[in-house]
Design a protein around this ligand. Sequence first.
Ligand code: ZN
Length: 113
Amino acid sequence: MHEMSLCESVLQVLENEAKRQHFSQVKAVWLEIGAMSGVEIEAMRFCFDVIVRNTLADGATLEIIEIPAQAWCLDCAQTVAIQQRYDACPHCGSYQLQVTQGDEMRIKELEVT
Ligand SMILES: [Zn+2]
């Protein structure tokens, strides 16, 4: 389950930020998860609760923002919604698509005390 190691890296970021910004507790974390990132949201929630136990983020709320997958179609010259990588353009059927969002995972915001 790679969500476990993802949560560990999230915690690492939180600890680094705590040192840098001098806060001692994290109350909430907003995490953006792309539709194609392969991250399972339920697994992420479960792992997060386990990983942050007895850390500066113990009891913190995990808010997940799902980012839809989008690509730029070279033939249509516009942004189109896709379900997964290597999908055809839903408008013209072209495979000349460049994924522009949906495969990322990042921390968007923190609430700290
Ligand atoms: Zn197209």
